[in-house]
Design a protein around this ligand. Structure first.
Ligand code: NIG
Ligand code: FE
Length: 411
């Protein structure tokens, strides 16, 4: 099956394929071809170029799409979500409006524990149906790869239930999904903290490992949640089953998560709203991708991660939605890109690279996804007619993502 997209006003996110992540000044370089074509063969990108070199004259395509006036971009990659959850938490949203903080709600037993109680009452089927609805909402908004975490189970059976739901989503949805075991999201109600850490290390990780239910392992390493020592112990246990870390770090306080993450060769350290200059130094020279979640800062009225500073210091940066019921009930990556520009002072090109190639890197997928590159999976979207790349984050609530292609097929 061959699909040819012709007369593309701008084909953006074009990349030779050698770069698996972009750092510092490279992040402002977003490869673009004006008046372009793009050829897809089955699931992969087979070629692209300027219209003057378009192959239609001698090679017939099965489907031809005229994209006059429109842009084509690689699909967003979303390397940090919690979309397998039960119900919603809008009562806490109202509590926050009245003045309570996220940390205060957690301390009185709400927050993550609230979601865990609700998740316990749902069957795997009910949980799957709710999560699939959220995944389709994200797909329609241009996302082509999603990382999904467990972490609302907080006992072995419910953590496994969540991970099996993610497994089923991997098998049934056109979007590429990777799974992360986040047993250490909060301490389950029936345990003390030391008991719960023992349970994660001695029971949950081996079970998850044996069933091969997680690609990565995460810990909410932060003030009021898990300490750096507990985090190290959990990450070491995960490493024995081949799970590389992706860490929740420096959200509520600068609390050592970045240092632990880098020491354990984490693929990403995420949140970073409270990170300081020392953590920027720690990340320099590492292969860990700092990942900002600007939707969380927006929704919780918290400081934004110092994205501009990190890029100016020569680091790479990824962004993710963090879609979850407590701190960001939204998986809209176009809005995340707008927030990265407006609140973190990223240039549109930097923000788009953060949400595509670098985001793919932060989920271990940048060899196959995240750019318009021959041989990569054909995940891309076509916009409505728009004047420029900068218009995408500028028009911050306009639904510009018009047609979505995943694995070469329109969805
Ligand atoms: O990434 N910070 C920790 N975990 C989630 C929030 C989870 C929740 O509140 O349900 C986050 O923001
Ligand atoms: Fe999170």
């Amino acid at each position: 099956m061959r699909t040819l997209i012709v007369n593309i006003k701008t084909l953006a996110g074009v990349c030779s394929g050698e770069a698996i992540r972009l750092q510092g000044a490279q992040m402002a370089q977003l490869g673009q071809i004006e008046n372009a074509w793009l050829l897809v063969e089955d699931e992969h990108i087979a070629g692209y170029g300027e219209m003057s070199t378009c192959p239609t004259h001698h090679q017939q395509a099965d489907i031809e799409v005229d994209a006059t006036g429109c842009m084509v971009l690689p699909s967003w990659c979303d390397p940090h979500t919690h979309i397998v959850y039960a119900g919603s938490r809008e009562a806490e949203f109202v509590d926050k409006i009245k003045g309570m903080s996220y940390a205060e709600i957690a301390r009185r037993g709400g927050g993550i524990l609230n979601s865990a109680d609700l998740l316990h009452t749902l069957s795997e089927e009910q949980l799957y149906n709710q999560a699939v609805t959220r995944a389709w909402e994200m797909i329609r908004k241009g996302t082509g790869c999603i990382e999904i975490k467990s972490g609302y189970g907080l006992n072995t059976a419910d953590e496994l239930k969540m991970l099996r739901v993610i497994q089923r989503m991997k098998e049934t949805l056109p979007v590429h999904i990777v799974s992360t075991f986040l047993g250490a999201h909060a301490v389950g109600r029936q345990y003390t903290q030391p008991q719960y850490v023992d349970l994660i290390v001695n029971e949950m990780i081996p079970e998850v490992g044996k069933e091969r239910l997680a690609d990565y392992i995460d810990v909410f390493c932060d003030k009021g949640f898990f300490t750096t020592d507990e985090t190290s112990r959990i990450l070491e246990a995960g490493a024995r089953w081949g799970m590389r870390p992706k860490i929740h770090a420096d959200e509520l306080a600068s609390s050592g998560g970045v240092e632990v993450g880098v020491a354990h060769h984490a693929l990403s350290v995420d949140h970073l709203e409270s990170m300081a200059d020392e953590q920027i130094e720690t990340l320099r020279g590492s292969d860990t991708m700092p990942t900002a979640l600007p939707g969380t800062s927006f929704f919780l009225n918290m400081p934004f991660a110092p994205g501009r500073k990190m890029i100016d210091a020569g680091l790479g940066l990824a962004v993710a939605s963090d879609y979850n019921p407590g701190s960001t009930p939204s998986g809209d990556m176009k809005f995340v890109v707008s927030l990265a520009c407006i609140k973190m002072r990223l240039l549109p090109e930097e923000a788009i690279n953060a949400a595509t190639l670098n985001a793919a890197y932060a989920m271990g997928l940048s060899k196959e996804y995240g750019s318009i590159t021959v041989g990569k999976v054909a995940n891309f979207f076509i916009t409505t007619p728009i004047p420029s790349v900068s218009f995408i984050p500028y028009a911050y609530t306009s639904p510009l993502i018009n047609r979505v292609f995943l694995r070469g097929k329109e969805v």
